[in-house]
Design a protein around this ligand. Structure first.
Ligand code: URA
Length: 304
């Protein structure tokens, strides 16, 4: 066993022990990650993909049950309430170099303990760090966790997330093949309201963006898809407007970035023309990554 791997293993064990000592009894892990642990996935498998945005059931990667449980602590004292940890999934480091995996694990540890926005640290259930392969060639960046994401500790698991998952599957990839993160790692609080979301403030964005920058610098994806105005503005510092920018390649720290509409917009506006726009943006990304594109894929959402 190499030193780097041993270091990573120790860091992971330490992290799990830390969770356990804080009363956390379960660690959520997606079925895909479990499968990937057993058999590392090919980078771009051409699978039997469904149509994007189709009404097929959401894939099983949207987890409902924690798959790994730890035995209860043998002390009489009641377990303390977990602090801002949620069920944050461990990163998929199966194919990464030991150094990269260790750096990513350390970054995640720092982010999970972050209290730079005291109001968000107080209101959050989870720090939603990100999910997927840290060797992914394709990365999706959204706005901020919503209630479902805060609950589950994983980005894009609510309704908009299920649509994003369908889009990813339509390319022939799975959530485990890509990396998904947000501009903000904590859910923007909504004091006095039991439900609802709000966009991150410029201060919250500026405070949180260094974590995402570090994530991107470590992952080094070949392309980034920025979902919606907040993601585009947050990464590019431009406020040109998503309608003008979408479909046009930009550069972010040397990485091609494709702005497109947020899946939540497609849930609000069900017009085929809007779905086609997003799909055309995704086709551009697939071309950039030299992924195979079938005629069927090319023709999604074109009038018959
Ligand atoms: N919307 C986002 O921008 N990010 C999420 O994680 C979920 C919904």
């Amino acid at each position: 066993m190499s030193d780097g791997y041993r270091q990573l293993l120790d860091a992971t064990i330490q992290h799990l022990e830390g969770l356990k000592s804080r009363g956390v009894r379960h660690v959520a892990i997606t079925p895909e990650t479990l499968r990937a642990l057993a058999l590392p996935a090919a980078k771009f498998p051409v699978s039997n993909f469904p149509s994007p945005f189709s009404k097929v059931a959401a894939p099983s990667v949207i987890k409902t049950e924690p798959a790994i449980s730890m035995p209860p602590k043998k002390t009489a004292a009641p377990a303390p309430k977990p602090q801002s940890l949620g069920a944050n999934p461990l990163p998929d480091i199966t194919s990464a170099s030991p150094e990269k995996a260790a750096a990513f694990t350390a970054l995640r540890e720092r982010a999970l303990a972050c209290v730079k926005c005291p109001h968000l640290a107080a209101s959050r259930k989870s720090v939603v760090f990100g999910v997927g392969s840290i060797d992914a060639r394709l990365m999706f960046v959204g706005e901020a966790p919503g209630a479902d994401e805060d609950e589950q500790g994983e980005p894009f698991v609510g309704r908009a997330g299920q649509l994003l998952t369908k889009i990813i599957l339509a390319t022939g990839l799975s959530r485990a093949d890509v990396y998904i993160a947000n501009i903000l790692k904590c859910r923007p609080d909504t004091p006095g309201q039991s439900a609802g979301n709000r966009p991150p403030t410029p201060e919250e964005r500026a405070t949180c963006i260094p974590y995402l920058q570090e994530q991107i610098d470590l992952i080094k994806p070949a392309a980034i898809v920025a979902l919606g105005a907040t993601a585009v503005d947050g990464l590019l510092g431009k406020t040109l407007g998503i309608t003008k920018l979408r479909g046009n390649w930009q550069m972010y720290r040397g990485i091609p970035l494709m702005p497109t509409y947020h899946p939540a917009y497609l849930l609000r506006n069900q017009a085929m023309s809007e779905k086609r726009k997003v799909w055309e943006d995704i086709l551009q990304v697939m071309e950039k990554l030299e992924m195979p594109i079938s005629t069927k894929q090319r023709n999604f959402f074109l009038p018959a």
